[in-house]
Design a binder for this molecule. Structure first.
Ligand SMILES: Cc1cc2nc3c(=O)[nH]c(=O)nc-3n(C[C@H](O)[C@H](O)[C@H](O)COP(=O)(O)OP(=O)(O)OC[C@H]3O[C@@H](n4cnc5c(N)ncnc54)[C@H](O)[C@@H]3O)c2cc1C
Length: 434
């Protein structure tokens, strides 16, 4: 509750700003104060997590107005097409940086969103797929496919979190979970607590959770909260100049396409195609009801006994953020992904392709701590020298779900307190290298 002790004054444009000189007396009603206005650009995992935490982390008596801008709408970018697989481990590094905090905060946010959806009369769970759920706790299974892979995953298993155990199992145990699975090194790693989410439904539910916070806090009569979603493209950050206390840029791979940031943030883009497959009606043998999703050179995110997503391709340097996939792009993706998936799950031969969709990842540079998202105040880059006004929360790479909860919370706390020091230096140090 950092903002609680802050005093606010009005700037020349009538916007309230933190002021060291002016303190409203405790008898002044909070309703008489103009709201603090924040713009969140992007309604993906990053943007909605920041919006949620701006609401949940701000002082109850604060009058707050949040405008979310997204050119497509909720989940219009990579978040909406992601595989929805979450676990706190890296197949390439020994331990993921701050894996426990990221994992716990991610689960907390998922559960908040689920509760919000369940309590909402208007929320359409669309029962036809994903069992009508937002989160499925079916776990993830990862067969070792090389000796190097086996050693790294064994190391992960020895150092695993108790809240997301890794069980090392043999071929027979793996095939009890997924019949006919290929387990070339007679070893597979099972994460029974790892989760699969339905990304679009989760984001919609997270937005409902934001709306609920607004209603609860406003009805308490202590402070007024507002939340608006604008389906609008932001062409220049400086177009928002003068309207907001802070602007938080959560535009995923398209952050780099804003003129003020273009070529100035160390992000690489990478397009990924995901294919949906289903089991034809004449095939009786289904995927096990609660069988785990599978991670390998290609992943299978199981939606139900007759529906799964297979991913993903990696087209580096692509600038194409369209979710639409042409017939030729889809066949190229199938040509690449199917052999990798058959190698581990040969029964996939019975499944048929239905549709494909794609998203553009924002890949951050590699650091001694792994590939970490880019956070921090970007006033210097934008060319603004007044307070901490412009912030970036980007570069979530291929692990946006794991990172969005905790880092979204840190970002909101830093924005509310106008204090970048609240963000761990590992996440802001990219600015020293540009
Ligand atoms: C194929 C694929 C599969 C993936 N699978 C997984 C997975 O299983 N698990 C996992 O953790 N991660 C996965 N990821 C990574 C994950 O999707 C990303 O890390 C995450 O979505 C990034 O979230 P974001 O909010 O930063 O960006 P985005 O989700 O891209 O959100 C940015 C938003 O900004 C909007 N926008 C962009 N430009 C503008 C503008 N100028 N004005 C207004 N609005 C704008 C977009 O419409 C979009 O909604 C996957 C990614 C891809 C591509």
């Amino acid at each position: 509750m950092m903002a609680q002790s802050r005093c606010w004054g009005l700037n020349s444009r009538g916007i309230s700003t933190p002021s060291p000189f002016l303190c409203l007396s405790s008898s002044t009603s909070s309703f008489s104060r103009p709201p603090l206005r924040y713009a969140v650009l992007g309604a993906g995992f990053a943007g909605l997590s920041v919006a949620f935490h701006l609401l949940s982390e701000s002082a109850k008596e604060l009058n707050l107005c949040i405008d979310i801008y997204d050119e497509i709408g909720i989940g219009g970018g990579a978040s909406g097409v992601s595989g929805g697989l979450i676990h706190p481990y890296s197949p390439k590094a020994k331990l993921l940086w701050r894996g426990a905090e990221c994992w716990n905060e991610c689960l907390r946010l998922l559960s908040t969103a689920e509760t919000a959806a369940m309590c909402s009369d208007d929320f359409d769970l669309g029962v036809s797929d994903f069992h009508g759920l937002i989160v499925q706790k079916r776990g993830i299974l990862r067969p070792a496919v090389s000796m190097k892979n086996l050693l790294l995953l064994s190391d992960n298993a020895r150092n695993c979190l108790s809240s997301c155990r890794i069980e090392t199992i043999d071929k027979e145990a793996a095939q009890n979970l997924v019949p006919d699975l290929c387990v070339p090194f007679n070893t597979a790693f099972h994460m029974p607590q790892a989760v699969n989410i339905h990304p679009q439904r989760y984001l919609q539910a997270l937005y409902v959770a934001c709306e609920n916070l607004v209603k609860e806090q406003s009805s308490s009569g202590i402070g007024e909260k507002e939340l608006h979603l604008h389906k609008k493209s932001v062409h220049k950050i400086l177009d928002l100049e003068g309207e907001y206390q802070a602007v938080i840029i959560c535009l995923g791979a398209k952050a780099d396409m804003l003129p003020e940031l273009a070529g100035r943030i160390p992000l690489r883009t990478c397009r990924g195609v995901v294919a949906h497959l289903k089991l034809p009606d004449d095939i009786r043998e289904e995927y096990p009801e609660l069988g785990p999703s599978i991670l390998s050179d290609a992943w299978l995110a199981i939606q139900g006994p007759r529906s799964l997503y297979m991913g993903s391709t990696w087209e580096w340097k692509s600038r194409n953020s369209s979710p639409n996939v042409s017939t030729s792009e889809a066949s190229k993706a199938l040509e690449e992904l199917l052999p990798k998936a058959y190698a581990i799950y040969p029964d996939l031969k019975n499944w048929t392709f239905t549709t494909a969709r794609a998203g553009l990842r924002a890949m951050p540079p590699l650091t001694p701590h792994g590939s970490l998202p880019l956070l921090g105040c970007v006033n210097d880059i934008v060319g603004e020298n007044n307070g901490c006004k412009y912030w970036l929360f980007g570069g979530l790479g291929a692990r946006g779900l794991l990172y969005h909860g905790w880092l979204g919370k840190l970002m909101a706390q830093a924005v509310l307190a106008c204090n970048e020091q609240l963000i761990p230096s590992e996440l802001t140090s990219w600015k020293k290298r540009i």
